[in-house]
Design a protein around this ligand. Structure first.
Ligand SMILES: Cc1cc2nc3c(=O)[nH]c(=O)nc-3n(C[C@H](O)[C@H](O)[C@H](O)COP(=O)(O)OP(=O)(O)OC[C@H]3O[C@@H](n4cnc5c(N)ncnc54)[C@H](O)[C@@H]3O)c2cc1C
Length: 490
């Protein structure tokens, strides 16, 4: 299944839209817009199968988005696994949480898979659309005139290899290299170049993501997770560990390392001595083997708040524009939801150089994306902090709350699944967890030390969630609750 690489004479062709990057967002965007009759050029710097530790579990909400985009068959033939919910473990105690059910009573599933195989499927699907030209090339810059973006400058990859091999050569060579840079123009450029975007700085005002922690990735084999067909979160110290199946005999392990990440040798020692003893016994040996045989892969976990894009001629989505901690596996769901909303609007615009129309579209997009994006952004940030050892009381409260079952677990899981994205419901459950923690703590008799601890639980909860809600603009709906909590904080 080789993606079609049709790079011939692209400078002589007319395109409606240029897409930078054929990752999750870019490839889905290309297919969706191409299917809606737009002539799309998609430039991807490396069309070979990516080998990354990102984007390996898609929540049911993301699956729904992909289905609406007409790309659900991308899960076929990649040894993907069905996911029916999550297991959350602290020491030997586990809580099983299941995704919501459909009208027929069946659990609505997500999928987990090898990221690279899935992305190749998306690219292949895009390249089969006759309006889409998928080319291997690296975009170097945007063509910008009087503050308006008219397209991109790019280099086809065989030329890049020449450039990197000629670092120390003379000026004549540099002139040749410049002449390798091609220009291609279109009324609209969609930047989807991912978390390490080098175009972001030209599109938004505050382009620096906030680094949170590092995920260290390994694959373990020859063992079973406690709950079949479920993602797993192990609440370890100092931070949570994720595991899910990505192939018939492969389980992805993602170990969160807060702060500065140690060197590989120190990291291996840390995992052996601190992490492994905190995991169920049935998984320890496989992890120790993987430590000896596999290379550790690392990825920074960052937060980037989505900012209004006011530069005409360009739109940016995916990780280039909006990121949250990957603990909840929601990045692809947000990206695909954004693709779905935007392509519906852009697909119906006949003149893409109509700046007023595009600006109106962007305003509508910002409103329509809010329920999904805000819910998943806030949930990721809040759960990461609640599940870290530094918030032990809240962590215990959260686990106890989920263990109550009924709406106490169904509500949070349906938020996580991306099927019922409602920021207000999220805030309600978050504060309910805090109050549950307070009640548990005060029971059976409130003592002065218990009262102080309760006060700390409330402060910690409000310190975590209020800034996240505020940054997503959700706080105005919650004035009453927040005023009450701020008073408690004083
Ligand atoms: C450790 C980790 C684990 C994660 N796990 C999950 C998970 O389980 N589930 C989930 O939903 N999300 C997860 N995410 C988030 C998810 O991976 C991203 O949200 C998603 O991949 C974003 O898609 P994207 O298209 O914006 O970026 P990407 O998928 O990264 O695609 C960007 C593409 O642009 C290309 N590109 C970059 N620069 C250029 C250039 N100059 N010219 C041409 N092409 C270029 C790249 O080669 C790449 O193909 C995780 C993130 C991290 C960090």
């Amino acid at each position: 299944m080789e993606p079609i690489n049709s790079s011939l004479f692209i400078e002589d062709q007319k395109f409606d839209i240029i897409i930078v990057g054929a990752g999750v967002a870019g490839a889905a965007f290309a297919y969706s817009l191409g299917s809606k009759g737009k002539k799309v050029l998609c430039l991807e710097r490396d069309l070979s199968e990516p080998d990354r530790i990102v984007g390996e579990l898609m929540q049911p909400g993301g699956v729904k988005q992909l289905r609406e985009l007409g790309m659900e068959d991308c899960f076929d033939g990649i040894d993907s696994a069905l996911v029916f919910g999550y297991g959350i473990f602290k020491e030997s105690k586990g809580v099983k949480l299941q995704y919501p059910k459909d009208k027929n009573g069946s659990i609505i599933n997500g999928y987990s898979f090898h990221h690279g195989r899935f992305v190749q499927k998306l690219r292949y699907k895009a390249s089969t659309c006759q309006n889409v030209t998928l080319v291997e090339g690296t975009v170097k810059s945007l063509i910008e005139e009087d503050g308006v973006v008219y397209g991109v400058r790019f280099i086809e990859n065989n030329k890049i290899i020449e450039i990197s091999n000629q670092d120390n050569q003379n000026n004549q060579d540099n002139q040749d290299n410049n002449s390798n840079i091609k220009e291609v123009r279109a009324p609209l450029t969609l930047v989807c170049d991912g978390c390490f975007s080098n175009l972001r700085k030209n599109v938004i005002n505050d382009p620096t993501p906030l680094f949170t922690s590092t995920f260290v990735g390994l694959v373990i084999r020859g063992c079973q997770l406690p709950f079949q067909s479920h993602g797993h979160v192990f609440l370890c110290n100092p931070a949570p560990i994720l595991m899910y199946r990505i192939g018939s005999d492969e389980i992805r392990v993602l170990i969160d390392i807060p702060g500065k990440c140690p060197t590989n040798n120190d990291l291996k020692e840390f995992i052996k001595t601190v992490t492994v003893p905190q995991l169920p016994e049935s998984l320890r040996e496989a992890l120790l083997t993987a430590l000896d045989t596999d290379q550790l892969k690392k990825m920074p976990n960052s937060r980037l708040h989505p900012q209004t894009i006011s530069k005409p001629g360009v739109i940016m989505i995916g990780d280039a524009w909006n990121m949250r901690h990957p603990l909840t596996g929601s990045g692809m769901t947000v990206a695909l939801s954004d693709v779905n909303i935007l392509s519906r609007h852009i697909g119906s615009i006949s003149d893409l150089s109509d700046r007023k129309q595009i600006s109106k579209t962007l305003q509508m997009f910002m409103v329509e994306r809010k329920p999904m994006a805000s819910t998943l952004n806030v949930l990721a940030g809040a759960l990461y902090q609640v599940f870290s050892a530094s918030n032990e009381h809240l962590r215990q409260a959260c686990l106890g709350y989920l263990d109550l079952g009924g709406e106490f677990s169904a509500g949070p899981v349906s938020l996580l699944s991306g099927l019922r994205p409602k920021p207000r419901v999220l805030a309600m459950h978050f504060f309910a967890v805090a109050f549950y923690g307070v009640l548990k703590n005060l029971f059976p008799f409130p003592t002065p030390s218990k009262i102080i601890r309760s006060y700390r639980i409330l402060c910690a909860a409000s310190d975590i969630v209020v800034p996240l809600l505020r940054s997503e603009g959700v706080l105005k709906y919650l004035t009453f609750l927040c005023v009450a909590l701020r008073l408690t904080n004083k």
